[in-house]
Design a protein around this ligand. Structure first.
Ligand code: AMP
Ligand code: MG
Length: 405
């Protein structure tokens, strides 16, 4: 078992033991936000034919070689083609077709001029400029050419991907199933949210916050309930969770106190512990274990500490399970907006909000940074890293920010 390891070691240990969940087919109109199970390759061009981007006239560019304001070229209008129809006639020397936006370019034509730049009496049209071959013609495949990949396996289906799949006539799409995340809350002090407070008790907020975070990521939370600080009970819940879900997250009882039974419970459940404790603040007392290919991530009970480790470790694990090909956070340099007065003997992550001012990225901390301050995660879209061994920091200090969205 690995004890007191770096964040990166923790991430890699769990990623190495986790495989994406299987795929299923969903209707295109339910595909938004899902993770592609295979590349989407275009079987047709988009658009499928060369078309006019304007209302105007289509003709042979060669006919307009000599055209100028003073010396317009006059062409005979042989047909009109609205969008949705194809020209019946082929364009020959000296001829033009009146064409509307989106209509296919008639055979023989290789240039288009806008109405506004021509003069017509209905039978003939005057062209005032010399056009190049291909001018104002949208070629077939301008958007997507046949055989191109429009979206890769392991990426999120976004609105334009939905649009392009529609253009290709794709009605069903292969996506990863939503991973099911079992959530267990440990602690004798926990009440369910429907219960009135009594001395020494608090309501379980971790399960609901974690469930909400999982949903936000497209996973399916399964709240398994509250369990008291007893090894056998927690072990039973873990096994129930593993049976019902693709992985399990627990909160509470993972530190070194007399009632911190989760480490033992994981063993009693028959799982192999991968690590215990990560060298960061907050959330250092965290543990990961694996049983039959399914992971258990045990987080501190302190709400903010639990959510930060969820963000730094849980999210990448769920993304891997969910089939994402990119699971790590994007990082960017950010400037600390306000002084941070505490020293950081250990590597620390500050909860903050990314604020752009005059093109510079700042991180603004939200509320207190205590382990129990869940409020500090409202609007938190970045975790700013303070290296181990840093003293109190002044505003203006450069930090590395881990982007959460
Ligand atoms: P623990 O990690 O069990 O030592 O708990 C640390 C702190 O988090 C204690 O103050 C607990 O009461 C609190 N806590 C534990 N579980 C939860 C929970 N599910 N929701 C809210 N607070 C919790
Ligand atoms: Mg406890």
């Amino acid at each position: 078992m690995n004890f007191n390891i770096t964040l990166e070691e923790a991430q890699n240990l769990i990623l190495g033991r986790c495989q994406p969940v299987e795929t299923e087919y969903v209707d295109l109109n339910h595909a938004l936000g899902r993770i592609l199970g295979k590349d989407i390759r275009a079987k047709e061009n988009i658009p499928p034919f060369s078309r006019s981007p304007y209302d105007g006239y289509a003709f042979r560019a060669a006919d307009t070689l000599e055209a100028s304001k003073a010396n317009p070229v006059t062409l005979e209008i042989i047909e009109e083609v609205p969008a949705g129809y194809a020209a019946q006639k082929k364009i020959n020397i000296g001829q033009a077709v009146k064409i509307l936006t989106g209509a296919p370019i008639p055979e023989g034509a290789d240039a288009v001029t806008k109405y506004e730049e021509t003069k017509s009496n209905g039978t003939y049209v005057e062209i005032y400029t010399s056009c190049k071959s291909g001018e104002n013609i949208v070629p077939a495949g301008e958007d997507v050419a046949i055989d191109e990949v429009i979206a890769y396996k392991g990426t999120v289906i976004s609105p334009p991907v939905v649009g392009l799949m529609s253009a290709l006539g794709i009605t069903k799409v292969e996506v990863h199933k939503r991973p099911r995340i079992g959530i267990i809350s440990t602690g004798d002090e926990l009440l369910d949210i429907t219960e009135p407070l009594s001395p020494g008790k608090i309501r379980n907020s971790n399960a609901y916050a974690l469930a909400a975070y999982c949903k936000e990521l497209g996973a399916e939370p399964v709240i398994l309930g509250n369990v008291c600080d007893k090894t056998e009970e927690v072990a039973m819940f873990i096994n129930r969770g593993l049976a019902e879900a693709d992985m399990v997250i627990t909160t509470g009882g993972v530190s070194v106190g007399d009632y911190d039974v989760v480490g033992d419970a994981v063993k009693a459940a028959g799982a192999e512990t991968l690590f215990w404790k990560i060298e960061i603040k907050p959330g250092s007392p965290s543990l990961a274990a694996v049983k039959d290919g399914k992971l258990i991530l045990a987080l501190s009970g302190s709400p903010a500490a639990a959510m930060v480790i969820y963000q730094l470790v849980g999210i990448i694990l769920i993304k891997k399970l969910a089939g994402w090909s990119q699971v790590f956070h994007q990082q960017t340099e950010v400037i600390l907006k306000k002084d941070f007065r505490k020293a950081s003997p250990r590597r620390r992550f500050l909860r903050g909000k990314l604020v752009m001012e005059d093109g510079v990225a700042y991180v603004e901390t939200i509320g207190g940074q205590g382990n129990g301050v869940l409020r500090s995660l409202i609007g938190c879209d970045i975790l700013a890293e303070i290296p181990a061994g840093s003293g109190p920091l002044k505003a203006g200090e450069k930090l590395t920010g881990y982007l959460l969205y």
